[in-house]
Ligand binder design. Structure first.
Ligand code: KG4
Ligand code: ZN
Length: 339
């Protein structure tokens, strides 16, 4: 450990989906800059992320995003101790842009390259928003591609307890939003519509009766589609806010209940949220209420750290840096990376 400098500044790059992001993070906890170029407007035209367009957009702006991140952090390349990058999971073409950029940079400034698992980045968002937050804890990771309960035993030591068998929670939000005409990105739109609605439709709570910590959301999505078809066939009106509120409540009930069951079974009294869906206000409120009742400590990252960003990658990278877990220039993008 004596060789670890007192101050470690890491430039992190994230390009796994539709956000090109770069950040400089000091000692894993202090964010010196957090620049995010979102492509949401262009993908909205197509109702979802178009992988080929995502890769091209990353290519177009990655250099500017990095330059801006360094400028905002008041750093030059010479001040950096390492370059970190998300290498999976995600869209292969999108990941490759970040990975190639990071390899070229690390090589040219002669600093270590650190390969970061995107989901480990989401978990690490909690180290930024809560400077006192340390493992062990239970983390509910809910994003567009993942719904997982992870037991974080130590930094980078993650035990997978359960995950979705089909659609991820965010994916279900996006698909249901499209079906009720709210468009892309579905999560924030459903969440907003739900504020005006009531939970009047009894959608199912998949997997709640089952043992274990797996999730399944495609049946719930089908239940919403069936409900919409039935109303149409019977010439009955559909209240978009009520569908949004009822669907959202079903997702939230399952996520919160399974998380609490896992905490009880593993005797863990610290719970963290991570991933884009943890920006959902109803989920945040429900988890917070359950944790209060059970006397659990809860960490919920601020909104900007929940959705994809590079600060979380810089935080996770610091703990790899401390263990000297460096990548070499053969690093490749791994779109299907799991825990
Ligand atoms: O973590 P993230 O930014 O990207 C992935 O790694 O997937 O998560 C994106 C997902 C999308 O499915 C989006 O609809 C969902 O997070 N999301 C939300 C909210 N904000 C974003 N879902 C529910 N409520 C929200 N407020
Ligand atoms: Zn993500």
């Amino acid at each position: 450990m004596s060789e670890i400098p007192q101050t470690v500044k890491i430039l992190a790059i994230e390009s796994s989906c539709d956000e090109t992001a770069a950040s400089v993070v000091e000692n894993g906890r202090k964010v010196l800059s957090n620049v995010i170029a979102s492509q949401i407007d262009v993908h909205t035209l197509y109702g979802g992320v178009v992988p080929e367009i995502a890769s091209r957009k990353h290519l177009e702006c990655v250099d500017q995003v990095i330059t801006e991140a360094l400028k905002q952090a008041g750093c030059t390349y010479g001040d950096l101790d390492a370059v970190a990058v998300t290498y999976g999971p995600g869209l292969v073409g999108a990941l490759l842009v970040g990975v190639s950029e990071a390899k070229a940079l690390a090589y040219s400034i002669d600093k270590p390259l650190i390969a970061v698992h995107h989901m480990e980045g989401h978990i690490a968002a909690n180290y930024i928003s809560r400077p006192d937050w340390e493992p062990p804890f239970l983390c509910l990771v809910v994003s567009g591609g993942h719904t997982e309960l992870i037991l974080v035993k130590d930094y980078g030591e993650n035990v997978f307890l359960g995950g979705t068998r089909d659609d991820a929670a965010g994916e279900a939000f996006d698909k249901v939003a499209r079906a009720i005409g709210l468009g892309y990105p579905g999560g924030p739109k459903i969440s907003k519509a739900a504020e005006e609605g009531k939970c009047t439709i009894p959608f199912p709570r998949p997997c709640l009766e089952e043992e274990g910590f797996d999730f399944s959301f495609s049946g719930l999505k089908s239940a919403v589609l069936n409900y919409l078809n039935q109303q149409k066939m019977m010439d009955l009106p559909v209240s978009v806010p009520d569908v949004a509120a009822s669907f959202q409540q079903a997702v939230v009930d399952v996520l919160v209940e399974k998380t609490m069951q896992a905490a009880g079974q593993f005797g863990i009294r610290k719970i963290a949220l991570a991933g884009g869906v943890s920006a959902n206000r109803a989920l945040r409120n429900a988890v917070s209420e359950s944790c209060r009742k059970n006397g659990y400590d809860l960490s919920v990252p601020e909104l900007i750290l929940c959705t994809d960003n590079a600060a979380m990658i810089g935080s996770a990278a610091y703990y790899l840096y401390r263990k000297k877990e460096f990548a070499d220039l053969r690093l490749n993008a791994l779109p299907g990376l799991t825990f």
